[in-house]
Design a protein around this ligand. Structure first.
Ligand code: SF4
Ligand code: MG
Length: 337
């Protein structure tokens, strides 16, 4: 399958008054044409930063993308592109959908103007043609009476409808890649399911590739083809939805699955969360970042960062349990892996 986005060794750090945070520490990621890739992890795992890096939507003066990091879009390296070149790519080729429409969109401009703006700018269409396409797109994303709705403002729509509008704005320029960062997190379960169905419908209709960022494994199960599990700024396991749900190989993935709310469990019963907290990314640990919380941790884990072990077809894991070299590494010796 054609590769649309390929990220290699992505490193992103942020300068703060308290020091430098290494938010993303060597992420690799591949997105194929027409697929949905979920990036799943707790807050602070680096999943949003990874997604924003793909569009270079990081704070200009405080964020640094590592020298050896590579982000290729349709084979073209984009890490060195200017803001002007990125602007041409954003929206028309790669579009982003956020969790909260009220902060992502302009509440003072009508919905119609906001949807038309992108196509007028990127495709240089007349207002009449832009309007026609905007109406069609609103209809497609399930907004009834689009003629009247075009003249309204964001606050006149429910949470679910706002997400539909944000999806319409993102989809109208027919991008190849849609990046959705927690697009359903603020919605109740019924509306969430409708929005996920909308993504699936759009994908079937346009062949768009989707990257969905979520901490919710229910969302992953319902929409993703492949999954990258992130922990402390790294991808610790990647594979198909089937691999991740039925054959998890990283102790963190297993832990996440264990803490997933189940239908047969009463709502009042607390989730079986993974004990402990993620490491401090101001000073990332030398070895496996999950070691302090891992019930399988071995001596080698605290000293050496595990490399990536390729399992069956496309299933990969960063864990010493899967790496035959673990037993040759005595603690204290320099990393040879
Ligand atoms: Fe646990 Fe070691 Fe695997 Fe890290 S490398 S997840 S500490 S077993
Ligand atoms: Mg986030």
């Amino acid at each position: 399958k054609e590769v649309l986005v390929e990220v290699e060794n992505l490193q992103v750090s942020f300068k703060t008054y308290g020091g430098t945070v290494q938010a993303v520490r060597g992420v690799n990621l591949t997105l194929h044409k027409g697929e949905t890739l979920a990036i799943v992890g707790e807050s602070g795992s680096g999943k949003s930063v990874t997604a924003r890096s793909l569009m270079k939507l990081l704070p200009l003066h405080t964020s640094v993308i590592g020298q050896e990091s590579s982000i290729r879009y349709k084979g073209r390296e984009i890490t060195g592109l200017s803001e002007k070149e990125m602007r041409a790519l954003r929206g028309s080729e790669i579009a982003m959908i956020f969790q909260d429409a009220m902060t992502a969109l302009n509440p003072t401009i009508t919905i119609g103007e906001q949807i038309m703006e992108g196509i007028i700018r990127h495709q240089k269409l007349s207002r009449t043609e832009a309007r026609r396409q905007a109406l069609e797109m609103l209809q497609l994303v399930g907004i009834r009476d689009p003629e009247a709705r075009m003249k309204q403002h964001l606050h006149q729509f429910s949470g679910g409808m706002r997400q539909r509008i944000m999806i319409a704005i993102a989809a109208i320029c027919n991008p190849s890649v849609l990046i959705a960062d927690e697009p359903t997190t603020a919605l109740d379960v019924t509306i969430q399911a409708q929005i996920l169905d909308l993504f699936k419908m759009l994908q079937q209709k346009t062949g768009v590739s989707i990257i969905i960022i979520t901490h919710d494994l229910g969302v992953v199960a319902s929409i993703a083809d492949r999954v990258n599990v992130m922990y402390a700024g790294r991808v610790v396991e990647s594979g198909t939805v089937r691999d991740i749900f039925y054959n998890p190989q990283h102790p963190y993935t297993s832990g996440l699955l264990g803490s997933m709310p189940r239908l047969d469990r009463s709502r009042k019963e607390p989730l079986q969360a993974i004990p402990g907290t993620p490491p401090d990314l101001f000073a990332p640990p030398r070895g496996c970042a999950f070691a302090a919380r891992c019930s399988c941790a071995m001596e080698v884990c605290a000293s050496y960062q595990p490399g990536t072990t390729q399992l069956a077809d496309g299933h990969a894991v960063d864990c010493w349990l899967q790496d035959a070299r673990a037993r040759h590494l005595a603690p204290g010796r320099r990393k040879t892996a």
